[in-house]
Design a protein around this ligand. Structure first.
Ligand SMILES: NC(=O)c1ccc[n+]([C@@H]2O[C@H](COP(=O)([O-])OP(=O)(O)OC[C@H]3O[C@@H](n4cnc5c(N)ncnc54)[C@H](OP(=O)(O)O)[C@@H]3O)[C@@H](O)[C@H]2O)c1
Length: 288
């Protein structure tokens, strides 16, 4: 990745930081992104020291806010002439319905709208060979419910249903995106990282029941990963690093890869053209 420039969202911790570590180790000029400048700077310092790559820079933006993403795209365009890889890694799982300051359901805003917007805003930098990697998660099965994409009808937190719903939606959005940007020489693929115990998911799904959960949290945090298994966080970054850097996937677009970096089948609901169109129209409306 020498001579290549990459941006990984949600890379101050969890799988994103390990993805950044992997790409920086391969020599990429690496931009990290988180919401908090202190955490972002600390992550950049840590990765510069660990990888010996001095070209690691911290940026900040809240990806759930379209105005922040527009500002970020302008800032990046001032710093670099091209971007070779955008990994839309930042994701969130909430136990109840919450909305952003823009009034958008928070998981849809972060998991679906942000990759849609950032891919669009950064397209001029990605043209001619750029790669976009979007992350899915949860259990990418089930079906897309076009009337409940913003949890406007019902919210099911405990079984991760609403989170899964947004991850199906980002898959559907990615397929449409891949078609639309093919003429610009940009590829779009989806990575499934596998399960790993990270700051973002270790308290879920039990945090839906705070009264029961709070007293038991320290024990569950210790036992949870041991009982449920799960991959080391670095291992969970493999599919993103692979899609971002491997020559094997040069020119491959509109594909979905599992945690072993193998091509996987798209869920039928994601392939449904009507669902893809509904998700796309919703993103266009929310982009403002
Ligand atoms: N962990 C798993 O088992 C698992 C399984 C399947 C899929 N995934 C997917 O893999 C991706 C990474 O998961 P993870 O578990 O590593 O997540 P995580 O632990 O929650 O990682 C959080 C990272 O995302 C950043 N972040 C969160 N919300 C943000 C926002 N609105 N704007 C900017 N940055 C934001 C955080 O930065 P700051 O807090 O510093 O702002 C931090 O760097 C997600 O898309 C997730 O859905 C994870």
């Amino acid at each position: 990745m020498d001579g290549k420039t990459v941006l990984i969202t949600g890379s101050t911790g969890g799988i994103g930081k390990e993805t950044a570590r992997g790409l920086a180790t391969l020599g990429a000029t690496t931009f990290l992104l988180g919401r908090d400048p202190t955490r972002a700077e600390a992550a950049a310092r840590e990765l510069r020291a660990d990888t010996g790559n001095p070209r690691i820079t911290a940026l900040t933006a809240d990806v759930s806010r379209p105005t922040d993403l527009r500002r970020l795209a302008t800032e990046l365009a001032d710093r670099v002439e091209r971007l070779d890889v955008l990994v839309n890694n930042a994701g969130t799982s909430r136990p109840r319905r919450e909305v952003t300051a823009d009034g958008v359901e928070a998981m849809f805003a972060t998991n679906v709208l942000a990759p849609f917007m950032l891919g669009g805003e950064l397209l001029p930098l990605l043209r001619g060979g750029g790669r976009i990697v979007n992350l899915t998660g949860g259990i990418p099965k089930g079906r897309i419910d076009p009337g409940n994409l913003l949890a406007e009808r019902k919210f099911v937190g405990f079984t991760f249903s609403q989170y899964n719903h947004t991850k199906l939606a980002v898959m559907a959005m990615s397929l449409g995106f891949a078609d639309r940007v093919a003429e610009h020489g940009v590829t779009v693929n989806v990575a499934y990282p596998g399960h790993a115990s990270t700051p973002g998911n270790r308290d879920l799904p039990m945090s839906a029941f705070p009264v029961v959960y709070r007293p038991a949290a320290p024990l569950l945090r210790w036992f949870g990963p041991r009982l449920l298994g799960g991959d080391a966080v670095a291992k969970a970054s493999r599919s993103s690093v692979y899609l971002a850097s491997s020559p094997e996937v040069e020119g491959v677009t509109g594909a979905y890869f599992d945690k072993h970096c193998r091509r996987a089948k798209w869920p039928p609901s994601v392939l449904d053209q009507a669902n893809q169109d509904t998700v796309w129209r919703l993103c266009e409306r929310l982009r403002g």
